[in-house]
Design a protein around this ligand. Structure first.
Ligand code: FER
Length: 403
């Protein structure tokens, strides 16, 4: 009997490397570890490696020049820490500082090759990069909003709708607040838009948006609301690997991203959501916000559909980067801005980091509004074009809605 059990166990271990349920295997060293003194230890098993480094946004940033759309721009690249080899080929690095509460992304560089932490099961994809995730949540700190707490939770659904403009089914991520299923109430709706190369998954993975919503609503700091995360790439059905074309490598160089078609087709999404969900289908109860390209989409949606959104949030918005002649959506900007403010929206909220490559464009836009006497709210933060800022902006914007 014992022999048979050993044989079965051996067979299972052999199979676990195949496409079976991975019952065996798993971490052999612990990484990352948040230590009692607030430092963090990273470990990587590599007996034959010559050099192992860790890089991530928990380390002080360093300025790096990158080329984007033919323009040179600076970017806040994460710093680098060097791991030291210890017993059994386990490399280790402990931060020489207390890691401030926040959500971080990191990777190892093993002899020059970037890899995720194989001992940390929390992995995130952002556009075409995989990173390991470290959440340092602390009561009283903002990052506590990014953690799961024992509070009533909303429901997150992957929902397909037919887009007549695209000519195919497209996917949305929809958050309905706790209690939606059991109540008969109607809810306001917030549309949340991603940046270039992102998709309907970005805000609920990197953005921690549904945790932020659950926690703010549970604290009574935000109104219960339906939140719709769209896919702003009109040429795409859904996030890469979630569409009918089979395996598609994620890329930020998608066709038709900032040429007006997404904005032209947006009423299809609003119509679908108002038909499918118990929404309060009017301007007073509708909001839109987005990061970077999504901030650009937010502005254009707000100006072209002045009767749709009472609240608009532009996070590191990519203003003034698109050719205004490519679409009627982008034409007559000043006249549309006048018309938008004449209809007295409740809130135009702007957030931008001081070292964002879009900082000056945002300042220029605010200067234009100042000259015209138009009111908006502005939050300036440290850092640049980074998720850390976009989680801050979302958690500042949401409590202001539907009051
Ligand atoms: C550009 C600058 C920024 C641009 C797009 C962006 C198409 C968008 C960035 C983002 O969404 O993160 O010149 O051109």
């Amino acid at each position: 009997m014992k022999k048979i059990l050993v044989a079965i166990a051996a067979l299972c271990i052999g199979l676990s490397a195949q496409a079976q349920q991975a019952l065996w295997g798993g971490p052999s060293v612990e990484s990352p570890v948040i230590n009692a003194d607030g430092t963090v230890t990273f470990r990587y098993l590599a007996p034959k490696a010559v050099k192992v480094e860790v890089t991530g946004d928990f380390l002080p940033t360093q300025k790096m020049e990158v080329e984007f759309n033919g323009n040179k721009m600076t970017y806040d690249a994460p710093g680098v820490g060097e791991l030291k080899e210890g017993k059994g080929g386990v490399w280790e690095y402990t931060t020489p500082f207390v890691v401030a509460p926040d959500l971080y992304n990191y990777t190892f560089r093993v002899d020059g090759n970037t890899v995720i932490d194989p001992h940390n099961m929390w992995v995130n994809r952002d556009v075409a990069s995989l990173t390991s995730v470290l959440l340092v949540a602390k009561e009283g700190a903002r990052s506590d909003l990014y953690a799961i707490h024992d509070v009533p939770h909303g429901t997150v659904s992957k929902v397909w709708y037919y887009s007549p403009t695209a000519g195919f089914n497209r996917r949305l991520t929809v958050y309905t607040p706790a209690g939606y299923e059991t109540s008969k109430a109607k809810y306001p709706v917030l549309y949340v838009l991603h940046g270039i190369g992102g998709d309907e998954d970005a805000w609920v993975t990197q953005g921690r948006a549904t945790q932020i919503l659950d926690n703010l609503i549970a604290r009574g700091e935000a109104k219960p609301m339906i939140v719709v995360f769209t896919n702003g790439n009109i040429s795409q059905e859904a996030a890469p690997l979630e569409n009918s074309n089979g395996y598609v490598n994620p890329t930020m160089n998608l066709p038709q991203t900032m040429e007006g078609t997404f904005e032209t087709a947006f009423p299809e999404i609003v119509k679908f959501i108002d038909g499918r969900y118990r929404t309060i289908a009017k301007k007073q109860s509708r909001a839109v916000c987005g990061l970077s390209m999504g901030g650009f989409h937010t502005l254009n949606l707000s100006l072209n559909y002045p009767d749709y959104f009472n609240y608009s949030g532009m996070f590191s918005a990519a203003i003034g980067v698109s050719d205004p002649t490519v679409s009627p959506m982008y034409m007559d900007f000043d006249a549309k801005l006048d018309r938008y403010f004449a209809k007295k929206p409740a809130l135009l909220w702007i957030g931008c980091g001081k070292t964002d490559f879009l900082y000056q464009a945002n300042l220029d836009f605010m200067k234009k509004m100042d000259e015209k006497g138009y009111k908006y709210s502005y939050m300036e933060t440290d850092g640049g074009h980074i998720w850390k800022n976009w989680r801050i902006y979302l958690s500042e914007f949401v409590p202001l809605l539907f009051k």
